[in-house]
Design a protein around this ligand. Structure first.
Ligand SMILES: Cc1cc2nc3c(=O)[nH]c(=O)nc-3n(C[C@H](O)[C@H](O)[C@H](O)COP(=O)(O)OP(=O)(O)OC[C@H]3O[C@@H](n4cnc5c(N)ncnc54)[C@H](O)[C@@H]3O)c2cc1C
Length: 424
């Protein structure tokens, strides 16, 4: 059954050069970089706070690295803010302080911000994206801009604009599982264990912790990932798990949220019983945004592959450099790690680069792909989805957008060297 909506006139705002949709690590850096390069920028975010998975998703820490000035700036800015920090940069995230950091950086750069605003449509003219439609408390709005940067993680704008994509693994379309991050307090740090990867085994008096988790936790939960926070006695748990989720389907998002939430109490009981240092731990907060790892992969002018990463390839038209992380594919059908994502077998120590073409959709003009929704294979994505690399990608997008507006050139005609000059 369908319902035909009535056509209606809606307000149109055409004051912006660049619109960024999604304020995660890549949207944040794309907005700041475009604004610092003279653009009038509007950042649109569905949630009530900025930062995407890095903050609203209650993230534990930045993993991997990227040779990005903005990434270093974010770490330093957050370190300077943290009263528990000695001033040293740390990769551990305090989500509330990171939100404040992001807000201050956006304000200083002169970015206009609209929270609680969902981008639900694209305005196109032949193969060009010229604007977006949004929904919010004040109703439906249209915005036009010369360049629109899709930092939604799922590529919502690009999909609406008609850019080609595939979902998940090339072989069967299956996507990485979802996780609701949460924090526990009351942990005795002097005795606590912090298994930071699926492959970290912890021997306790009652047995090996990962093996116990596989046996005791409600499936598909069943692994132990615990991270130190920058706050005393507080630990971030990356342990809830929901498989068979498509993060672009509302019913699936709801199921993931409910499944993960139902695992939280059993996980805390497990930690209290089996994990040294967690005997008195209790839940203090859970993410208000479910953690979706993987959805759409778009078809760009170029595509980043597993081999590019394994060979630490240095592209001439690179716009992201010094990107480093292992492949990180969570088990698509259960707990733990997928066999393709064995982290200890990743031996490349050198950073790789990402060519500009991965940010430019093959067929749609006026649009840049950013963060985890750039053009790459399922395996490459499991690596570049790490937040430092997403910051580097956003930085490149912000610079490319500014150059395109200033030089009055199509995005695909922008020379990667001129982007490099702005951000490297
Ligand atoms: C559970 C989990 C654990 C992870 N652990 C780590 C880790 O330890 N370290 C690490 O470095 N990386 C980690 N990652 C990966 C990393 O967090 C993400 O890949 C990264 O945040 C992606 O950045 P992004 O800017 O592309 O998108 P996101 O951070 O996903 O942000 C997208 C933003 O867009 C907004 N949005 C979405 N759709 C719309 C729309 N239609 N309209 C308006 N706004 C919209 C969202 O609300 C969100 O704020 C983890 C990811 C998950 C899910």
């Amino acid at each position: 059954m369908t319902y035909r909506e009535k056509e209606k006139q809606i307000p149109l705002n055409d004051r912006y050069d660049v619109i960024v949709v999604g304020s995660g690590p890549s949207g944040m850096s794309a907005s700041v970089t475009a604004a610092r390069n003279g653009m009038k920028v509007l950042l649109i975010e569905w949630q009530g706070s900025v930062g995407g998975i890095s903050t609203t998703g209650l993230m534990s820490h930045f993993t991997g690295t990227c040779d990005s000035k903005l990434y270093r700036e974010i770490l330093q800015y957050s370190a300077d803010k943290n009263p528990y920090n000695t001033g040293e940069c740390t990769i551990a995230i305090d989500p509330e302080l990171l939100k404040i950091t992001y807000c201050e950086m956006l304000r200083a750069a002169g970015v206009d911000l609209l929270l609680y605003t969902f981008c639900c449509g694209a305005i196109t003219d032949n193969n060009r994206l010229t604007g977006i439609i949004t929904e919010g408390k004040s109703g439906r709005m249209a915005y036009t801009a010369q360049i629109i940067i899709d930092c939604t993680g799922d590529g919502d704008v690009a999909a609406k604009a008609g850019a080609e994509y595939f979902k998940g693994r090339e072989s069967d379309g299956k996507m990485q599982p979802a996780t609701l991050m949460f924090k526990v307090g009351g942990v005795d740090y002097s005795r606590a264990v912090f298994p930071g990867s699926f492959e970290t085994e912890v021997q306790t008096e009652k047995g090996e912790l990962q093996a116990l988790a596989r046996k005791k936790l409600p499936s598909p939960a069943g692994h132990v990932l615990l991270y130190k926070s920058s706050l005393p006695g507080i630990v971030t748990c990356n342990m809830t798990n929901c498989t068979d989720i498509d993060g672009t389907i509302t019913e699936d998002l709801t199921r993931a949220e409910l499944t993960c939430r139902s695992q939280m109490e059993p996980i805390v009981s497990f930690l209290r019983e089996y994990a040294p240092g967690y005997e008195n731990c209790y839940i203090i907060s859970a993410a208000s945004l479910i953690g979706i790892r993987e959805t759409r992969h778009f078809k760009g002018v170029s595509q980043l592959t597993e081999t590019d990463i394994l060979e630490a390839r240095q592209f001439d038209d690179a716009v992201v450099k010094g990107a480093h992380f292992n492949f990180d594919v969570h088990n698509i059908t259960g707990a733990g790690l997928d066999k393709t994502g064995v982290q200890k077998e990743f031996s490349q120590e050198n950073g790789y680069t990402i060519p500009y073409g991965c940010l430019v959709p093959e067929k749609v003009d006026g649009l840049l792909l950013s963060g985890r929704n750039i053009s790459g294979t399922h395996m490459a994505h499991s690596n570049f989805r790490a937040m430092p690399i997403c910051v580097g990608i956003g930085e490149a997008c912000g610079a490319a957008a500014a150059l395109s507006v200033k030089q009055r050139k199509n995005l695909r005609d922008i020379d990667a060297e001129s982007i490099q000059k702005l951000i490297f």
